[in-house]
Write a protein of this length. Structure first.
Length: 240
């Protein structure tokens, strides 16, 4: 399984050379390429990526609005996401949470996560070639965390903040972003050996890369996890 991080920037106006475009990733396996998320700054650039399919985590502009002019392939999303998207896609497919679906030879299983009341989100357990990763670029928490992370080789998580929660309450619901430190704790508890963070927020984008990397690695090592921050153009190959 090959992971190609096309973009790693969250919904912030600040851009850098390493965090320029909205978070998006290509999962490649056996000649197939599935794009996960397509934010508004990918508008007009999707066709050049030649994805066999596109999978959306939720309907926020930095994850889904790059498809306003259409898509060159089938697009998969939950019913809740489709209900919140203000445009039409010719070939739209429904993802049902906790019901695995095979897309271009790769299996995706959606797990509901807490993040936004206006754009309900999911994370995806992605399986191919006997390997599993979990991709969740925006969240406060995962509802069925053990089932989502059991046996996962790599956790690809929310890089909005390192240690300070960006969480607030709307009614009875928590919305926002949980810090990397908390997510590393989840990996420790569920036995996930590696984590990489995308959807980077202002704190991460503007930080000194070496100091931030050392800080993250120290927090991760305390929990028995190998961790890093993704950047635009990063590619990883995972082997069984």
């Amino acid at each position: 399984m090959k992971l190609s991080f096309l973009g790693t920037r969250g919904y912030t106006e600040i851009t850098t050379r390493r965090h320029r475009r909205h978070s998006a990733m290509i999962v490649g396996y056996d000649g197939h390429r599935v794009m996960v998320d397509c934010g508004e700054d990918w508008m007009g650039r999707v066709q050049a990526l030649h994805p066999h399919a596109i999978v959306l985590t939720h309907a926020h502009p930095d994850h889904a609005w790059g498809l306003q002019a259409g898509a060159p392939c089938p697009v998969f999303a939950t019913r809740e996401s489709w209900a919140h998207l203000p445009y039409e896609i010719a070939d739209r497919r429904i993802v049902v949470p906790r019901r695995p679906v095979r897309i271009a030879g790769i299996t995706f299983e959606a797990f509901p996560v807490e993040h936004s009341t206006r754009a309900p989100a999911v994370g995806y357990r992605v399986t191919a070639g006997g390997l599993a990763i979990f991709y969740v670029p925006d969240l406060v928490y995962i509802y069925e965390r053990h089932a989502a992370l059991s046996g996962v080789r790599l956790y690809v998580g929310d890089g909005a903040t390192v240690t300070r929660p960006l969480v607030r309450r709307r009614g009875r619901t928590l919305i926002g972003h949980t810090p990397m430190r908390t997510q590393l704790g989840w990996c420790q508890k569920e036995g996930v050996p590696g984590a990489i963070f995308t959807h980077c927020g202002t704190e991460v984008i503007t930080a000194d890369e070496r100091r931030l990397g050392a800080r993250l690695r120290a927090m991760a090592q305390e929990r028995g996890v190998a961790a890093a921050i993704a950047h635009d153009g990063l590619s990883l190959t995972l082997r069984a």
